[in-house]
Design a protein around this ligand. Structure first.
Ligand code: MN
Length: 377
């Protein structure tokens, strides 16, 4: 049986002032095409389905469409665990009903991790939702003394699974974990502060395959222990050059293949003079971080660049305040500014000073007057 491993969809994550919806739906279309072409029977989603516990209706709509496409249209079994970004109870609501339709969701950890059996019982998948050491202590009160770290919590839990699992089956474990030695990207923002909770790959000894989520760079930790990585490039920096995709496992021989699925919109950083950047033919609708070496970072520059590059997210330019060193301005910042913020920024950029109280008062008068005029017309 062919099983597909993916993770960290982060549905609902904002990008600039918009959303990744188009890119995430493009990924789902790629997934569908791959599943049909390869005859995939099950999809494992290793946590961080959503970017936050409470997300927009649009983000829920993407998950709904993904689950319907996989379980209803394609008849694929889908196994999902909650990651640290997900709200476990929200994700796992109606789980018994969903399981009847082929969508197996695990939100909270239980003492006995009931496997999802695939391929006529020849393969067992043990879904471990994201958990803390305290949760394992509460489930194994007799082992509280031994559970002193996340590492020992994983050991106790995996020992318990190993004592119950059938070695004649292919045993797969699904986990949202930070493994010692894994390579992070800028978008692994919560993992960066979680080094105290890193565990060694050895806690998963005895499983035929370990399908990991949490880290966004696809990587092989050991021959049978790997991160599929996130489907999209969610940050600048090292993530720009990562190849995104999913892992296909064939349970006949437990062979694995990484299948690249190029994101709809790439991500890139570029630097140069304004004229050089505007002339770059390789830059178009990617998510961009641009460093302009011969202009001041300001609203006019941002507007000029957005004309040519609709998805520019960050602009760095010279800074008046910082004595011509580079300073950055993001599109989010710009959209969150009100008229007075913009006026103050304009003064700083063009005259290198703050407006006086008299200038501010005059500005407010003109603003109020223009708003009244706008309402009348
Ligand atoms: Mn994540």
């Amino acid at each position: 049986m062919k099983i597909l491993h993916t993770s960290d969809w982060h549905l609902g994550m904002p990008v600039g002032t918009g959303s990744y919806e188009g890119c995430q739906r493009h990924f789902l279309a790629q997934l569908r095409e791959l599943i049909v072409r390869e005859g995939v029977g099950a999809v494992l989603l290793a946590g961080d389905v959503y970017d936050a516990g409470v997300v927009s209706a649009d983000a829920i709509g993407i998950y709904n469409d993904a689950a319907s496409m996989l379980c209803v249209q394609l008849g694929v079994t889908m196994i999902v665990i909650a990651g640290n970004h997900d709200s476990a109870p929200r994700l796992a609501s109606c789980r018994e009903l969903l399981a009847a339709s082929g969508l197996h969701v695990r939100g909270r950890l239980t003492r006995d991790v009931e496997p999802v059996l695939l391929d006529g019982g020849r393969t067992a998948v043990y879904p471990l939702p994201f958990f803390t050491r305290d949760a394992v202590s509460a489930l194994f009160p007799e082992k509280q003394e031994a559970i002193r770290s996340t590492e020992t919590a994983y050991q106790v839990l995996c020992d318990h699974i190993r004592s119950q699992m059938d070695p004649a089956r292919r045993n797969i474990i699904l986990s949202h974990a930070l493994i010692v030695g894994s390579e992070l990207s800028d978008s692994d923002r919560s993992a960066r502060v979680g080094f105290a909770t890193a565990v060694s790959k050895d806690v998963f000894d005895g499983f035929d395959y370990v399908a990991l989520g949490h880290i966004h760079k696809p990587q092989v930790i050991a021959p049978h222990v790997r991160y599929s990585g996130s489907p999209l490039k969610y940050s600048f920096g090292s993530e720009e050059t990562q190849e995104k995709g999913v892992v296909l496992i064939d349970t006949d021989d437990m062979s694995q293949r990484f299948i690249p699925l190029p994101p709809l919109r790439d991500r890139a950083s570029a630097a140069g003079t304004l004229d050089e950047l505007l002339a770059r033919e390789d830059l178009s609708d990617q998510y961009l971080r641009l460093t302009v070496t011969d202009r001041y970072a300001g609203l006019e520059l941002l507007a000029q660049l957005r004309d040519r590059f609709p998805n520019v997210l960050e602009v760095c330019g010279k800074s008046v305040e910082a004595g011509d060193a580079l300073s950055a301005l993001s599109v989010e910042e710009l959209e969150s500014m009100d008229e007075t913020d913009i006026m103050q920024k304009f003064m700083a950029e063009n005259f290198g000073c703050e407006p006086t109280d008299a200038q501010l008062a005059l500005f407010q008068d003109v603003l109020a007057w223009s708003e009244e005029e706008g309402e009348l017309s």
